[in-house]
Design a protein around this ligand. Structure first.
Ligand SMILES: [Zn+2]
Length: 227
């Protein structure tokens, strides 16, 4: 046993993987683009990133943080609003490909657990973690334990209804918080302003190439056109 593990963050735009020691210290890292529309290619990209790290550091186990609804058994991604996964058994697929134990967790739950063990929540028994990226994720620690709920999706606070009958969400509901407060929501908001008040948004329009459908992407900010 080396005491080293790999943590993989699977988001809508990128896959980031890192080797960490038992104190939570990052030793090495790598990344891949997320081939978001092809579930098989996403698995390949995850396995490839882990193999790259494992070739330099012998690791004991792999933890996957996925931007989706993960089941209570920490094996399957039931649904991912920003990825093509539907009932995907990541644990089984990756365990057979990598030959080490694999645990799958919701990415924001993983953030909450990390903050609780090594970060801002170290001296506290209860905390809420909110992750704002392409979407909005949440993780809850209560009395020192990760609160997963009966179906594993207790802390999906990005999909709480904030605006009744509001914007459609990738989860199937309307008016979710994620549609108003995420990176993707900023793009939607900017487009609406550009469409309805072009004079007011002249600076934005110039950066987007003249039309509200365009986008100006700064590398690494995780923003993509909303389609
Ligand atoms: Zn939603």
């Amino acid at each position: 046993m080396s005491g080293l593990t790999v943590g993989v963050d699977v988001g809508g735009t990128k896959i980031a993987a890192g080797v960490v020691d038992e104190a939570g210290k990052l030793i090495a890292s790598t990344r891949r683009e997320t081939p978001a529309t092809d579930t098989h290619l996403v698995l390949e990209a995850i396995a490839d990133a882990v193999r790259e790290l494992n070739s330099h550091h012998q690791v004991d186990a792999v933890g996957i943080g996925a931007a989706g609804f993960v089941d209570a058994g920490r094996a399957k991604v039931l649904f991912a609003p920003n990825l093509a996964w539907r009932d995907e058994d990541l644990k089984a697929e990756l365990t057979s490909q990598l030959g080490v134990p694999v645990v799958v967790e919701n990415d924001a739950n993983a953030v909450a657990w990390a903050e609780s063990r090594f970060g801002a929540g170290r001296d506290h028994d209860d905390l809420v973690a909110i992750t704002i990226g392409t979407g909005i994720g949440g993780g809850l620690i209560s009395s020192g334990r990760l609160l997963r709920g009966g179906y594993g999706v207790a802390a999906e606070i990005g999909h709480i209804t904030m605006v009744p009958y509001g914007r459609r969400c990738g989860c199937g509901l309307q008016g979710c918080w994620e549609q108003y407060g995420s990176g993707r929501a900023l793009v939607t908001e900017a487009r609406e302003i550009a469409r309805h008040s072009p004079a007011f948004a002249s600076g934005l329009l110039a950066m987007a190439g003249g039309g509200p459908g365009g986008h100006h992407r700064r590398d690494g900010d995780g923003l993509r056109p909303a389609g």
